[in-house]
Write a protein that binds this ligand. Structure first.
Ligand code: NAD
Length: 438
């Protein structure tokens, strides 16, 4: 099969590389010349574990290539995937479809033979129909189908998720398109992963409903965590006790500094917006968006308390700024709210992140960067764990405490315990959803 992937970001690149690994011939297209130049040199522009090796293997096998030229990429393609960004539109929370519709038009102008135009980007209900109308209006003679194929991969575990998905969702309107999509994912059948074939609207809705549900689960436990702190309960024990119930499940029940990332914040806002447009308010999702902002504010209050009520003149070491471990993605990371609050309050902030520095240097003005947690802690008044990278899970806490001016630890991912901190010589320890000890 020949496949073109339009948009070579976190989703497009991982999908393109994995589809080529299935044995398909894949051309990845991006209109960012720098990105394509790097990929052509064999460099991977994002951090995603395992992607560099898989990419090299398939380029070498002649199945995977990169170009800026969309027209050449889609010549003879059986399926063209649109995997461009759908960020939040400024002002109204709606998903910005500019890039999706521009890609659809470009595809329409360049295509001449039957092709399935597949939307992989997360798009509001009705978008695939708009894509179909746009393509038909731009190239009335073109024989084509549209398909909705939302992506569920998680950054940091993206290859595993793409290769061994819980399910593949395909929304189609014709048997012919369904057959092409079945062929795209045929290598997965050997492993018997379910492919759910639906209409276009249901496929689009599945993606938003799934993300809003996961964001709700995280926010629910974060709200329970706030109550745990007051009543003297331990949220780790509470989520374990809840999660062992098979109807609830233990995933996405870890209390922390609020959800962030490239999907949950924008997709919850987009779903809320869709609900408003159709006069069916998404009240739960709207509450989740609001509570998540409060969770981040609550974290700032915690840090402020640990600094004695003012950040002014304090030195704070921050471990981790990406929205989760194993990615360099900082889009909507809680760090983007929490760190500027400390800098704005007059703190000197030193940051360590295994992969976040390149993005963080632009997104977090006024901070300095350290090479490791021990260097960051030197003379600091507070150490804050914001992202649970493996590198921060087995620190020599006594060595850290010994380097600090005042040894105080805000463990916003609940990696350690109060007794770990106390044994290491910390004079104050705060976590999320557990009785505070200061
Ligand atoms: P991204 O911003 O990393 O990548 C988008 C890429 O598309 C960029 O490289 C951009 O240059 C390129 N692009 C834009 N317009 C183009 C055009 N006309 N022609 C060629 N290239 C073009 O975005 P992403 O994180 O990969 O997300 C893409 C979509 O997938 C979004 O809708 C997102 O919601 C969805 N999604 C993302 C994830 C995730 O974990 N990042 C997971 C599931 C779904």
């Amino acid at each position: 099969m020949k496949i073109a992937m339009i948009g070579t970001g976190y989703v497009g690149l991982v999908s393109g590389v994995c589809l080529s690994d299935f044995g398909h011939e894949v051309v990845c297209v991006d209109n960012n010349p720098d990105k394509i130049a790097r990929l052509e040199r064999g460099e991977v522009p994002i951090y995603e574990p395992g992607l560099d090796m898989l990419l090299a293997r398939n380029v070498e096998a002649g199945r995977l290539s990169f170009t800026r030229d969309l027209a050449s990429a889609i010549t003879g393609a059986d399926a063209v995937f649109i995997a461009v960004g759908t960020p939040t539109r400024r002002g109204d929370g709606h998903a910005d479809l500019t890039y999706v519709m521009a890609a659809a038009e470009e595809i329409a102008r360049a295509a001449s033979d039957y092709v399935v135009i597949v939307t992989k980007s997360t798009v509001p209900v009705g978008t695939n129909r708009r894509v179909r109308e746009t393509v038909a209006a731009t190239n009335p003679d073109l024989d084509f189908d549209v398909a909705s194929n939302p992506e569920f991969l998680r950054e940091g575990a993206a290859i595993e998720d793409f290769m061994k998905p819980d399910r593949v969702v395909v929304g189609v309107e014709s048997d012919r398109a369904a057959q092409v999509m079945a062929e795209v994912y045929r290598p997965l059948y050997l492993r018997e992963f379910p492919i759910i074939t639906t209409d276009l609207e249901s496929a689009e809705m599945i993606k938003y409903a799934a993300n809003a549900f996961l964001a709700t689960k995280i926010t629910f436990i974060n709200e329970i965590a706030a109550l745990c702190e007051r009543v003297g309960a331990n949220v780790k024990q509470v989520s374990k006790g809840m999660g062992l119930d098979g109807r609830i499940g233990n995933k996405f029940l870890h209390a922390g500094p609020g959800y962030g990332g490239s999907c949950f914040p924008k997709d919850t806002k987009a779903l809320a917006r869709i609900g408003q447009e159709y006069a069916v308010p998404m009240q739960i999702t709207e509450a989740v968006i609001k509570v998540n902002e409060e969770v981040k504010r609550r974290m700032i209050e915690k840090l402020l308390d640990l600094c004695g009520g003012s950040f002014n003149g304090k030195t704070v070491a921050v471990l981790g700024v990406t929205f989760k471990p194993n990615t360099d993605d900082m889009r909507d990371a809680p760090a983007l709210t929490i760190v500027p609050a400390m800098v704005g309050g007059g703190a000197k902030v030193r940051v360590v992140d295994p992969q976040g520095r390149r993005e963080g240097e632009t997104l977090l003005p006024g901070v300095s960067w350290a090479d490791d947690p021990y260097a960051a802690a030197e003379g600091a008044d507070l150490l804050v764990i914001l992202t649970e990278w493996n590198e921060f899970r087995a620190l020599d806490l006594a060595a850290i405490a010994g380097r600090m001016a005042t040894a105080r630890l805000a463990d916003l991912r609940n990696i350690y315990t109060a007794s770990d901190a106390s044994a290491a010589g910390f004079e104050a320890y705060e976590s999320v959803g557990r009785a505070s000890w200061a």
